[in-house]
Design a protein around this ligand. Structure first.
Ligand code: AMP
Length: 352
């Protein structure tokens, strides 16, 4: 590792916070850049902070004069913030990966191009597009905004016979995607780390349980037929190599009743469904991210037992109290100053 290696983080949320924690254990200091950095989950514990807008070129220039690598802790960071990084700065996840993950259509088109199965979908830019697409639909579907959607936000479930004009008004965007509703048995996520030399390592997959589009519970490693794991590993490696990801890439997939995988989306950053790796893997996703950017070798990803992770959402303090009282539970609070309904405030993990 480079002497006095300094990591820059664009974004100040819990994923940044856990990255800072992992970096500290390796003696690496972090500089967090965000418009709301003060008292933020990552801002509270980092070494240096820049409180500026992601498009503030002067502030970005100063930030880049102080870091050796930069990583985005959420995918909706305006791409200009990453594009401003000088040539010698290691960029994670990379500009193509970031831009692809910012657009649901772009990520689905990329999956399709690479031969990763997707549910049938249509690009929607007008009421006419929607009306046309709905003519082909013989089942229920989901209309999603192409950009800035997360945790089930910007999504409407549609039925055959729904009025396209009302739906288009409700989704309130200029570009959307209409996709078939997959009749899935479960939701699975895969996670890969890729370093600057293009070497990769893949964590064992996780099974996820959502409530109204928000992840509530994960169990890992997912018990799946070996051909399903092989297919998922192949899809995520193909995608990571194609996008030349540096750092982490998560892929969410549906497992159908017939045990096939269907692509849902990617996230080129640490993923909520792999928080169990902090206690459950010899090297966590955050440590692997730091290693892939700082030139350290990948760590061992052997799993110690079977793990559960539960998100603490909004005001659900009860879970936290139970977590603190139980000896076998690991509690993580993110230090968020404001509690909002369904906001991720922390998580708890435990070994089965
Ligand atoms: P997303 O933001 O695309 O991950 O969607 C949030 C959640 O909505 C997913 O985790 C699924 O539970 C559900 N969902 C999204 N797209 C589909 C689909 N095409 N078929 C069935 N369920 C879906």
């Amino acid at each position: 590792m480079m002497k006095n290696f300094k990591l820059g983080i664009l974004g100040s949320g819990q994923l940044g916070r856990m990255t800072v924690q992992a970096a500290a254990n390796y003696g690496i200091s972090c500089h967090v850049f965000a418009p709301d950095v003060k008292d933020s989950p990552a801002g509270q514990i980092c070494n240096t902070l820049s409180n500026a807008d992601y498009t503030d070129k002067i502030a970005l220039k100063k930030f880049y004069s102080m870091v050796d690598a930069v990583t985005c802790e959420f995918e909706n960071v305006p791409s200009i913030a990453l594009e401003m990084a000088p040539k010698e700065c290691i960029k994670s996840p990379g500009i193509t990966a970031l831009k692809t993950a910012q657009n649901r259509l772009c990520e689905k088109d990329t999956a399709k191009f690479l031969g990763i199965p997707t549910a049938p979908y249509w690009k929607i830019e007008s009421i006419d597009d929607l009306a046309n697409a709905m003519r082909f639909l013989d089942s229920n579907a989901i209309l999603k905004t192409a950009k800035f959607g997360y945790d089930g936000k910007g999504q409407i479930r549609t039925k055959t016979g729904d009025d396209p004009e009302i739906l288009w008004k409700e989704i309130n965007t200029d570009i959307a995607i209409l996709e078939y509703l997959v009749d899935f048995k479960s939701e699975i996520s895969f996670l890969l780390a890729r370093n600057i030399d293009g070497e990769t390592i893949i964590f064992p997959p996780t099974i996820n349980y959502h409530d109204r589009g928000i992840l509530v519970h994960s169990t890992a490693p997912a018990i799946l037929p070996s051909n399903v794991i092989e297919a998922g590993n192949d899809y995520i490696k193909t995608m990571a190599d194609h996008l030349e990801v540096v750092g982490l890439l998560a892929m969410e997939l549906f497992l159908t009743q017939e045990n096939t995988l269907i692509f849902n989306e990617i996230a080129p950053r640490p993923h909520n469904s792999f928080h169990w790796t902090i206690e459950g893997c010899k090297t966590s996703q955050f440590q692997q991210l730091i290693r892939s950017l700082s030139g350290l070798p990948f760590g061992d990803i052997s799993v110690i037992g079977r793990w559960h992770m539960r998100n603490i959402l909004g005001h659900s303090k009860e879970e936290l109290t139970k977590g603190y009282k139980s000896s076998g539970k690991y509690v993580h609070e993110y230090g968020k100053q404001k509690t909002k309904e369904n906001r991720k405030m922390g998580h708890i993990t435990w070994n089965e």
